[in-house]
Design a protein around this ligand. Structure first.
Ligand code: AMP
Length: 274
């Protein structure tokens, strides 16, 4: 590990084990770890949960310390946006308009703007993001590549509860009844992902339609698709680095999740080389 490297974990707080896994990775891979907590107003839509987003700052600081953060950066909106909230937007055409971007217009402009601004303040060598927000990872990697930013983006796995439900700060909004049905999302995604191994693309399209029906019995389904992880375009044939990605709504919460498709089949790949 080169000396003096700085690893950065940007978050909106209400830290859970998904966030601390990023801090652990940052600590293992860098000399100095910076965590930021900033509930970024410009990535929320007008009818979203900005005002009620959880802000348990004392618990967050204790977790940050326990996971070896050297610095916790808690900026005000004035520090992040010195010329005001409307002064600037970083926009990536195409990728930031599909899927999450279509359901939440302007969301990714808010994300890329804050992430670039935080990169400029923190000046990290590495920045750590969770696969849980796969399209966000793709958008940020594209921003880094297109602007030639001098840092590495490191993507870390999704951390899940034993039920399969991905940890999220917004899970706190769920009622007990919603908590019981929420794991169905990851269950359907993992069935789709493990099925790809032995199936044709046409079979997968049928599986997707069946999974959409199953999810619709429990949730309002916003999207469920097989996507290319780099471009976030809908897949039109089998390929590597593809994931099943979904967004669904329960009355109290919106859930997003994704699981990587398993093709080519690992066994087939091995056989080819025997
Ligand atoms: P947030 O505070 O929701 O903006 O998330 C901050 C970072 O934590 C983002 O890079 C997220 O993708 C990541 N993250 C959130 N939930 C999880 C999870 N369950 N597993 C891994 N990373 C996560």
């Amino acid at each position: 590990m080169p000396k003096g490297t700085r690893g950065f974990v940007p978050t909106m707080g209400a830290l859970h084990i998904g966030h601390t896994s990023l801090l652990d990775a940052a600590r293992d891979q860098s000399d100095e770890t910076v965590l930021s907590i900033f509930v970024n107003p410009i990535q929320f839509g007008p009818h979203e949960d900005l005002s009620r987003y959880p802000r348990p700052i004392e618990d967050d600081l204790a977790l940050a310390e326990a996971h070896g953060a050297d610095w916790v950066f808690l900026p005000s909106a004035e520090e992040v946006y010195p010329l005001g909230l409307d002064a600037v937007r970083v926009h990536l055409p195409g990728i930031s308009e599909r899927f999450e971007g279509a359901v939440r217009p302007g969301h990714f402009d808010g994300v890329t703007t804050v992430v670039l601004r935080l990169f400029n303040i923190v000046r990290p060598n590495y920045a750590f993001f969770g696969r849980k927000d796969l399209q966000q990872c793709a958008v940020i990697q594209r921003m880094v590549a297109s602007l030639g930013l001098d840092l590495d983006i490191r993507i870390c796995p999704t951390i899940r509860e034993p039920s399969g439900l991905a940890y999220s700060s917004r899970n706190a909004y769920m009622t007990d009844k919603e908590r019981e049905s929420a794991p169905i999302l990851s269950l359907e995604l993992s069935k789709l992902a493990s099925g790809t191994c032995t199936k044709s693309f046409k079979d997968i399209e049928e599986d997707l339609a069946a999974a959409k029906r199953a999810l619709s019995a429990v949730f309002e389904v916003e999207y469920l698709s097989l996507i290319d992880e780099e471009t976030f375009r809908e897949a039109e044939e089998a390929g590597t680095r593809q994931s099943f990605a979904a967004a669904v709504r329960l009355p109290s919460v919106r859930l997003i999740d994704n699981i990587q498709a398993q093709w080519p089949c690992p066994e087939d790949a091995v056989k080819k080389y025997l």
